[in-house]
Design a binder for this molecule. Sequence first.
Ligand SMILES: Cc1cc2nc3c(=O)[nH]c(=O)nc-3n(C[C@H](O)[C@H](O)[C@H](O)COP(=O)(O)OP(=O)(O)OC[C@H]3O[C@@H](n4cnc5c(N)ncnc54)[C@H](O)[C@@H]3O)c2cc1C
Length: 510
Amino acid sequence: MNEQAIRNIVIVGGGTAGWMAAAAFARVLGPACTIRLVESEEIGTVGVGEATVPHLKLFNNLLEIDETEFVRQTQGTFKLGIQFNDWGQVGDSYIHGFGELGHDLGLVPFHQCWVRARQLGFGGDLGDYSINTLAAPRGRFMASASDVPRNSPLANIAYAYHFDSGLYARFLRRYAEARGVRRTEGKVAQTRLRPDNGFVEAVVMESGEAIAGDLFVDCSGFRGLLIEQALHAGYEDWTHWLPCDRALAVGCEKVGPPTPYTRSTARPAGWQWRIPLQHRTGNGYVYSSAHVSDDEAAATLLANLDGKALGDPRPLRFTTGMRRKFWNRNVVALGLSSGFMEPLESTSIYLIQSGIAKLLNLFPRQGISPVLVDRYNEQSRFEFERIRDFLILHYHATRRDDTPFWNQCRTMDIPSSLKDNIALFRDSGRFFRNAEEMFAQVSWVQVMIGQGIVPQGCHPLADQIPPQELRAFMQHVQRVIADCVQAMPAHEAFIARYCAAPVPGAPMPA
Ligand SMILES: Cc1cc2nc3c(=O)[nH]c(=O)nc-3n(C[C@H](O)[C@H](O)[C@H](O)COP(=O)(O)OP(=O)(O)OC[C@H]3O[C@@H](n4cnc5c(N)ncnc54)[C@H](O)[C@@H]3O)c2cc1C
């Protein structure tokens, strides 16, 4: 137990993680703590991370951020889900849509009705029962309507955002500085530890200034300046399950209306993302360097852009895994310094948000005690591991056998927790969400079905629904959703009406 009350917080790093932390701490801890953030323009940020999950709305709500202003200032667009192309096998396509799937029948989850219907020879595509999945490829979007019945799918539309990561950090910086966060520009040259307990005492800047603090938040990116370089927390490497270790990122000119979804297309040795923004489209190829050369990867990426590339592809290297300790002594790692899992389901920014929420819930106001640290580390590990399993599912549940990369993914050994989930689902379409893991049943179900895992049986209660009744129910749900999608405006029209970004080059509001 370190009984020193926490008054001074030092955040090292001014990327998405650093500024999200600064903004949230300034909002929640207010004048009880002083908050300083150190960042180096020369080192810069990772410069990617532009697709999110719906949880970000909760973060914005906490900060009382106006959504239209936020989307406008970050060149943002809306995201109803992720389209996965060529994952199950070449030519396949499915969407992992956010939000509800159909309508549960009492105790029977909707997907069980669908499984039963398919066994009876009707039911169509699972995506026909999700408003998000149906609306996304049609380019339609709207936020939840308040003037429709509460049980209408239009009353509860789940969505996330795409945004320009640089503009997002700037947006949060303005927010945080307006609430008292003090920013110091420059490079940290050294970390000074207290001789008695090994806690970080201060970071020493190249200028010679020592910035002392009670709690340090390491947002320094992959290098893990405090958590690893100073405190040697250790790293658990998951490359054997998620073999991609490099990415190339490049923007391109947009050639049409922005799609209200992220696209992920499987490639010979990884996958390519496409993230539409108002002013450009973001693209990247995440790949395994053991299976494809950098030059080949760049050629594949550049050959598959919608429009003209805006520069050369930027290389990024990473090791998938997590820190053995996310919180060590008086240092908490957030963002890339805490671990990394590829952006297949846009989970990194969510993990930053979740880390901030956990830290605030367990905030060591009276001093850092092991019970707080242990609980934080336990929860973070749980969250990382559950997301890890979900990502592995995409790679492993494939019928692709066209390249060594896919053969390796298809035949590799997987964590037993995931093996059990797949077996249970294959047996009877059942899935049980584990405590507060990030992805809910509907997400797992859409990905399992999308990747070609077909349940052999179904829930006994679904079995008991008379076929005619089931058919009428399924048709009704499908019709309601199709009618709702018809009523939605085009995504581009929605943006133009509510949150069009300022013309590029025009000054940003102060
Ligand atoms: C290829 C790729 C694609 C991604 N796509 C997504 C996505 O779509 N969605 C998603 O949620 N996430 C995505 N991510 C993850 C996302 O980019 C990060 O989680 C997010 O940007 C947070 O990064 P960060 O702030 O931890 O690190 P960084 O952006 O690297 O920031 C590190 C900061 O630390 C500072 N710093 C470092 N060393 C020093 C020093 N010595 N002195 C002073 N300052 C220092 C730097 O200047 C910088 O300000 C992606 C990541 C990669 C690699």
